[in-house]
Design a protein around this ligand. Structure first.
Ligand code: ATP
Length: 134
């Protein structure tokens, strides 16, 4: 039988996904990381990015992740994410509104704006838009 990875994605709120996949691409802190069955055990920090999973070399399903950790061991990939939404779960209108809000904050020169926070909100919104639109 074909060897598969077992992917589990969990947030503090819910178990988002538990599925088998031939290949997984993780948004690791220092770049996208491809995982195939037989990968060496590893723990990686994740950043805001799109996690992809599915058939090797073919179109994959997408999930927007905003930071966390991934553990790879014995063909199991466990992702503990700050937030995670499958592409089809993403409310695109909401993400577009979040983007507009963050851009507006970053453009304003008001002294009470937390720029780092606005920058992170913008990154999450752009990432959700990217995951939803493919
Ligand atoms: P917003 O300002 O729209 O709340 P945000 O980036 O501040 O966006 P987060 O704090 O990252 O939101 O996420 C809060 C919760 O809302 C999480 O459970 C996350 O999965 C969910 N979420 C955020 N944006 C969306 C979206 N566009 N579609 C679906 N779920 C979303």
């Amino acid at each position: 039988m074909e060897r598969l990875l077992e992917l589990e994605v969990i947030t503090a709120e819910r178990r988002v996904l538990h599925e088998r996949a031939e290949s997984i691409i993780l948004p690791a802190a220092n770049g996208y990381l491809g995982i195939l069955p037989g990968h060496a055990p590893m723990i990686a920090g994740l950043t805001v990015g799109v996690l992809q999973f599915g058939p090797y070399g073919n179109e994959k399903r997408r999930m927007a992740i905003s930071g966390g950790f991934a553990e790879v061991a014995h063909d199991r990939v466990t992702v503990l994410a700050d937030t995670a939404e499958l592409a089809e779960e993403i409310d695109l209108e909401r993400a577009l509104r979040a983007r507009a809000r963050a851009e507006e904050r970053l453009r304003s020169r008001r002294p009470d704006i937390d720029y780092h926070r606005a920058e992170m909100a913008l990154r999450r919104a752009l990432n959700r838009i990217k995951a939803a639109q493919g």
